[in-house]
Design a protein around this ligand. Structure first.
Ligand SMILES: Cc1cc2nc3c(=O)[nH]c(=O)nc-3n(C[C@H](O)[C@H](O)[C@H](O)COP(=O)(O)OP(=O)(O)OC[C@H]3O[C@@H](n4cnc5c(N)ncnc54)[C@H](O)[C@@H]3O)c2cc1C
Length: 418
């Protein structure tokens, strides 16, 4: 039994390991030079650890990815970094019930109302039923208009841009319910976790083919096998983003619901000085050119990154947004005045390096009643399985759910083999 796993992100990695625990002949195809997908990263010559293209951490209740880490021997560091929000030009903590109650930008009533609403949301064990509501309609009613306007409306617009109005309330519930104050990070970075998973796959007898972009997957003449760029396989698991899977297989073979996606973009700065106080700063101001500043080295020691401070300026952007076509120099020119607003002491000479990373299909947008549209892992075509971010729902995509999906799709394959 020969199985192809297409895509070397965390879904593909977890799937390949789970299959290899029972089946020996697994080939993992990855288009790029390295494993890890959206959670992969780079390592400069003077760095001891890799750094993700996009800021990454795990929650302490992310048991699937923590399980993978244990399996492959990755070490997790748990810390409680500070999260703050920039609001009316002030950097303020807003990440706990106490900080909500102390939040002076809202009236006492507004604070109580918001705190109570969020508390109720966190108590709901399964908020899938909330998918029939849009966040823009339901959330102001739950937490009060004052808190909604000041905080959440801005967050929603900053994250989802033109699609903010279509996001459903189950997605919001999942974001609130899942969060933990303690955050985890893998020693050596998420890239190290991906590399260890790759080594495990090879040790278990699996094969990894990097820099192999799969262009076509069709049935053979007899219709009982799959030809992956001409090579015969009994089963194929597609873990690439849904629009890419449709392109490779053809819409007559797989037809995902047509939803909107956003690009992920980060401008990563190496700085000589600290920019922000905490690890994570949500920008809750109108018309800023980035939605979050994440100072990775306020979470993980700068000694792993050549003793420089590492800061991400992050965005989710719709296709066609002008920033997606700007060079690093153009972006930093646009961002400079805002960096000074964050920290009055900021000087351009603090910048040691600038890198820009972009990937498409980084954030799916889930509309009302999305569960009725969800694609199934096991397709109607014998031997063809699907597992990707558009199927992680209602929880927000993340490495934990990628690993869960990889494990779950492997189970489906193994049931069919038995
Ligand atoms: C800005 C940002 C911040 C995030 N923060 C966090 C976080 O803090 N914590 C967290 O847990 N998660 C976070 N995530 C989400 C997390 O990175 C993803 O959910 C997860 O990595 C998705 O894994 P995947 O394997 O499903 O998809 P992907 O990572 O997209 O993997 C798909 C793989 O398929 C490969 N591929 C595509 N086409 C082909 C082809 N034709 N042939 C062969 N290979 C192909 C791609 O190169 C890629 O490696 C974040 C994501 C973004 C964008």
């Amino acid at each position: 039994m020969k199985i192809a796993v297409v895509g070397g992100g965390f879904t593909g990695l977890a799937c390949a390991i789970s299959l290899l625990e029972k089946e020996k002949s697994v080939v993992l195809f990855e288009e790029t030079k390295a494993l890890g997908g959206l959670a992969g990263g780079i390592k400069e010559k003077n760095w001891k650890w890799s750094l993700e293209y996009f800021y990454h951490h795990v929650f302490t209740n992310d048991k699937e990815v923590l399980g993978l880490a244990k399996k492959v021997g990755a070490i997790i560091l748990i810390k409680k970094p500070l999260t703050t929000s920039l609001i009316n030009k002030k950097e303020m903590p807003l990440d706990s019930p106490v900080s909500v109650l102390k939040f002076s930008e809202l009236s006492i009533f507004g604070r109580l109302r918001m705190g109570f609403g969020l508390f109720i949301l966190k108590l709901i064990p399964n908020g899938l039923y909330l998918e029939k509501y849009r966040v823009v309609d339901r959330l102001p009613r739950l937490i009060g208009k004052e808190g909604y306007k000041l905080i959440w409306e801005k967050l929603l617009k900053a994250k989802f841009g033109p699609f903010a109005e279509s996001v459903n309330m189950a997605w919001f519930w999942a974001r609130v319910a899942k969060r933990t104050k303690n955050l985890g990070y893998f020693e050596g970075g998420f890239q190290n976790l991906a590399n260890l998973a790759g080594e495990k796959i090879k040790k278990m007898g699996g094969e990894i083919r990097l820099e192999t972009k799969i262009a076509s997957i069709i049935k053979n003449e007899g219709g009982n096998k799959w030809l992956v760029d001409g090579e015969e396989f009994d089963k194929v698991v597609m873990t690439v983003p849904a629009p890419m899977a449709e392109k490779i297989l053809g819409k007559e073979m797989v037809n995902f619901p047509s939803i909107n996606y956003l690009w992920g973009q980060t401008v990563v700065l190496e700085l000589s000085e600290k920019l922000i106080n905490g690890y994570w700063l949500n920008v809750l101001e109108n018309n800023w050119p980035f939605l979050v500043a994440v100072e990775h080295t306020n979470f993980i020691d700068k000694k792993y990154y050549g003793n420089n401070r590492v800061v991400y300026l992050g965005n989710y952007l719709p296709e066609g947004n002008a920033q997606l076509h700007m060079s690093a120099a153009e972006l930093i020119t646009k961002y400079l005045p805002y960096l000074r607003k964050i920290n009055k002491r900021f000087r351009k000479k603090w910048i040691k390096s600038i890198k820009v990373f972009r990937k498409p299909f980084a954030q799916p947008v889930f509309p009302v009643n999305y569960s009725a549209l969800l694609a199934k892992m096991k397709t109607e075509h014998k031997g063809l399985y699907l597992a990707n971010m558009s199927m992680v729902y209602p929880h927000d995509r993340g490495t934990n759910y990628a690993v869960k999906m990889g494990n779950d799709v492997a189970k489906e394959v193994l049931i069919d083999i038995r």
